[in-house]
Design a protein around this ligand. Structure first.
Ligand code: AMP
Length: 294
């Protein structure tokens, strides 16, 4: 496993290895969720590249860029057993050199949910992902369903700009109590950690309501809200029951034809200060609610 920090070094190391490439972009502080993406990339390609880069442009001025957990040696130890070929670990100056002024903006699907709560976030994500795709030159890239809107934004970007890469979305990996794995879970103290599975319970309650026939967007959102509001440490940033194509909220009264039914249940909730996100997706007649680690 080689660790490269400049674009030139990365390209040289990659050119020496012939075959197909799978790419897993990350911000590091890896957990089993990230490793599930690496395993999938390993299974489907001759070679695997992982990037570790805490991307400054996707954090707002009052967000956690400085506090975001970082530990390169720990990350490399976790990647080592997975036969990763190349790790790209650039500095911010490599990605954003002096005079940098070109950004990628995906429009409509970034106006809702995380995009509404975090105004510069998806411009930063779309820009860094485009640049990383150009540097790495992989055939396939692997993303987690955990960041549902990010997968939609990146698929849109790849289709709209005809980027020559296939996007593969992998299930959300969860702790045994339902909490979606996240590098940000390290911010939770013991009491907050106990409260954090409330996101999963709220999504599950709305799924159950949907499975019993509830199709009102308003009622599905109210179901999630009730569960979160019963947890004293939790405060809602947003809860959403939206069309997964457009990310528009489902209206109070059902409007989708039955055959095309699809819903993205998603939320951002603060447990004390830490802000957590999670989602369940229903499409093609089935729920994508994630998998339990173990
Ligand atoms: P991050 O380091 O948070 O930017 O995440 C890097 C990639 O890992 C993104 O595609 C995430 O969606 C994915 N990811 C993060 N958490 C999980 C999880 N619990 N299960 C599966 N994928 C995840």
């Amino acid at each position: 496993m080689q660790v490269l920090t400049t674009i030139e070094e990365f390209r040289e190391a990659k050119d020496a290895l012939k075959g197909t490439w799978g790419f897993v972009p990350t911000m590091g502080y890896l957990h089993a969720g990230h490793l599930s993406l690496v395993k999938r990339a390993r299974a489907e390609n001759d070679h695997v590249a992982v990037s570790i880069f805490v991307n400054p442009t996707q954090f707002g001025p009052n967000e956690d860029f400085a506090a975001y957990p970082r530990d390169l040696q720990r990350d490399l130890d976790l990647l080592q057993p997975h036969a990763v070929d190349l790790v790209f670990n650039p500095t911010p100056e490599v990605i954003y050199p002096p005079h940098f002024q070109t950004y990628v903006t995906v429009e409509e699907v970034t106006r809702h949910l995380e995009g509404a709560a975090r105004p510069v976030h998806f411009r930063g994500v779309a820009t860094v992902v485009t640049k990383l795709f150009n540097i790495v030159g992989a055939e396939r890239a692997y993303f987690g369903q955990k960041d549902a809107q990010q997968t939609i934004v990146i698929k849109r970007l790849v289709a709209d700009l005809a980027l020559p890469i296939q996007i593969i979305v992998c299930p959300t990996l969860r702790e045994p109590d339902g909490l979606a794995m996240s590098s940000r879970n390290t911010y939770l103290n013991a009491e907050q950690r106990k409260a954090a599975p409330v996101l999963y319970r709220a999504l599950y309650a709305a799924k159950e309501a949907f499975d019993k026939g509830e199709r009102s967007g308003k009622e599905l959102r109210a179901t999630m809200r009730r569960v979160i509001e019963a947890e004293p440490l939790a405060s809602i940033d947003y809860v959403s029951a939206a069309d997964p194509m457009t990310l528009q909220e489902l209206p109070p009264e059902p409007s989708q034809p039955k055959a095309e039914e699809a819903v993205l249940l998603s939320m951002a909730v603060r447990i004390g200060q830490p802000r957590l996100i999670d989602n369940f997706l229903y499409e093609n007649g089935q729920w994508l609610a994630g998998e339990f680690a173990g």
